[in-house]
Structure formats: structure tokens, C-alpha cells
Design a protein around this ligand. Structure first.
Ligand SMILES: C[S@@+](CC[C@H](N)C(=O)[O-])C[C@H]1O[C@@H](n2cnc3c(N)ncnc32)[C@H](O)[C@@H]1O
Length: 286
């Protein structure tokens, strides 16, 4: 049987996605932090390449005294910022390489946070053990079964708790990974193709996978997990931001969104700080 092509769209299972992500993020952790660390900030909560910061948006509400889980924490920059805001925070990630970066950054900044290694579709936490969960592009775009991830987060959240995550905007699936207007704005792939983008090594082993869900799929996954969808943010490209991040950049960003941020909540006990829709306060967030 011949090997799959070096890259392309294939159906993947949970094990393939997990193994590929371990390989990819372990191998690239140091490069990822070297390339993006300055933009992220050592102790700052950046939701996306548009530079949206939690210090400005407050999508998680008041975090002081709350137990917060950061999923796919990478270098744990967000977890570190949450700690400075008075949260009890745990950072979790699949990749030992990323967690090693997080530990080194913790030692360098003097802001250390508890870190656990695990898979977001099988969270190593008890039922109803966290007040809030968050993720900035961690895990959601990489797991084979993101509906299972939603159910896992719903399981560990206490009633009334929020789950806020940013991920690649589903529209981006149709476009090439280029930030410029000429090539980056040509539709070349079907929005409806749910097979995972996968790269294979010479032996046919998957070494990178990225998955796609349409907007409707995401809503059904969230509602299917028993969560309530509170808001969906589609950040506009900020005036004056010239930095590019892969296909994210000012030229393409002037036309289409590349990030989506889903604000969800587990129904139950009312929280003292109700979520206020952001559109009126932040015109950049459509
Ligand atoms: C794009 S990085 C984002 C890291 C960090 N949140 C940031 O903003 O820099 C994606 C992260 O998700 C992690 N990840 C991928 N699949 C995962 C899974 N199944 N469970 C937990 N983490 C996962 C990767 O190891 C990586 O650290």
C-alpha cells in the first residue's frame, strides 16, 4: 500500500491527532516561543494574532479567587497573567516540549503556575472542579473530536462557569495560508470539507494535523455538551498592527476574519458577574 501524500486532507482518528500533535508541538515548541513569545508577552493573556488581550476584553469576568483551567497552555503566558490577577490557575498541555518552555518562562519571570500534561479530550480533573476554563488556540483546532472536548470541559466546569476559547475562524478553511491579498483571498478549498489537514513524514506517519468545523458544527457541539453559547466574537484587524502570524495579517485581515472566540457557559448557579456583550464597547469585535 502506498504512503499518503506529504500533505492533504484525510479523515483522522483521536490517536492519530494526538500522536501528530505530540510530535509537532514537541519539535517546534522552542521555535514557536522564539517566533511568537514577544508578541504574546511573558505574562499576558493574548487571545489571537489580532492582539486581543483579556486585560481589555474581560471575557472571563472577574477571575480573582476563581479556579481557572487553561487548556493547551503552551508557554503558559495566559495562565501566568491570570495568576497575577488573583486566580488559582492550572495550565495543561499535551506537549512536554511546550510545558518545558512554560517551566523555563515561569522560572525566568518568577511567576510559576502549576502545569499538567494531558489530552484535552480526557482532562485529568474531577467533575465540577473549576470555575472557569479558557484556551487561546490550544487543543480545539487540533483534536479529532472537538465535540468530545466540549463535553469534557462541561464536565469539569462548575454550574454557572464560563468556557471561553479562541480558534481559527471556520471561514479560513477555504483560503490558503497566506496573509496577502493576491493569494490569501482566493477560495481554494471547500468550507464543507471536514477532513483534517494532515502532513505526513516519509514513512507515512502523520506529523501535523489541523481540524475544521463549520460555525454550525461548533454551535451544535457546544449546545450538545449542555453549554450555553453566550457570544461569538469575530475580531477585525486592528488599525496599525503590521505584524503577520501565518495567514493572519493586515492585508487579508481587512476583508475577512481569521479568528473566532466562543464565549460559553455551563447553565446552573448564576454568576455574580454576568457577561456583557462586547460589541458596543469594542467596535473591533464584530
Ligand atoms: C497554537 S499553540 C497555542 C499555545 C498557547 N495557548 C498560546 O496562545 O501561545 C497550540 C497548543 O495546543 C496544544 N495542544 C494540541 N493538541 C492538544 C490536546 N489534544 N490537548 C492539550 N493540548 C493540546 C499544543 O501542544 C500547543 O501548545
Amino acid at each position: 500500500m502506498s504512503n499518503p501524500p506529504a500533505y492533504g486532507y484525510v479523515d483522522i482518528d483521536a490517536d492519530t491527532a494526538r500522536h501528530a500533535s505530540r510530535i509537532y508541538w514537541d519539535d517546534t515548541a522552542a521555535d514557536y516561543q522564539a517566533e511568537h513569545g514577544e508578541f504574546l508577552g511573558d505574562s499576558d493573556f493574548c487571545w489571537s494574532p489580532e492582539g486581543l488581550r483579556e486585560s481589555e476584553l474581560r471575557l472571563l469576568g472577574d477571575v480573582a479567587g476563581r479556579t481557572v483551567l487553561e487548556i493547551g497552555c503552551g508557554g503558559a503566558q495566559c495562565a501566568r497573567w491570570l495568576r497575577t490577577q488573583g486566580a488559582r490557575v492550572v495550565g495543561m498541555d499535551l506537549s512536554a516540549g511546550q510545558l518545558a518552555q512554560a517551566r523555563a518562562l515561569g522560572a525566568r519571570t518568577g511567576i510559576e503556575v502549576p502545569l499538567v500534561q494531558g489530552d484535552a479530550v480526557a482532562l485529568p480533573l474531577a467533575d465540577e472542579s473549576v470555575d472557569l476554563a479558557c484556551s487561546a488556540f490550544g487543543a480545539v483546532p487540533f483534536v479529532a473530536d472537538s465535540a468530545a472536548l466540549m463535553r469534557e470541559v462541561a464536565r469539569v466546569l462548575r454550574p454557572g462557569g464560563r468556557w471561553v476559547f479562541s480558534t481559527t475562524h471556520p471561514f479560513v478553511w477555504c483560503l490558503p495560508d497566506e496573509p496577502d491579498e493576491d493569494t490569501g483571498l482566493r477560495i481554494y478549498h471547500s468550507y464543507f470539507d471536514r477532513r483534517a489537514y494532515t502532513e505526513h513524514d516519509e514513512g507515512g506517519r502523520a506529523v501535523y494535523t489541523e481540524t475544521h468545523r463549520t460555525v454550525g458544527d461548533r454551535v451544535r457541539e457546544i449546545v450538545g455538551a449542555g453549554l450555553t453559547l453566550v457570544d461569538l466574537l469575530e475580531p477585525e484587524w486592528p488599525a496599525g498592527l503590521t505584524a503577520t502570524w501565518g495567514q493572519w495579517g493586515p492585508e487579508r485581515g481587512a476583508y475577512v476574519p481569521s479568528t473566532s472566540i466562543f464565549v460559553t457557559r455551563r447553565p446552573g448557579a448564576p454568576t455574580k458577574d454576568q457577561y456583557t456583550p462586547l460589541r458596543a464597547q469594542h467596535p473591533r469585535v464584530s
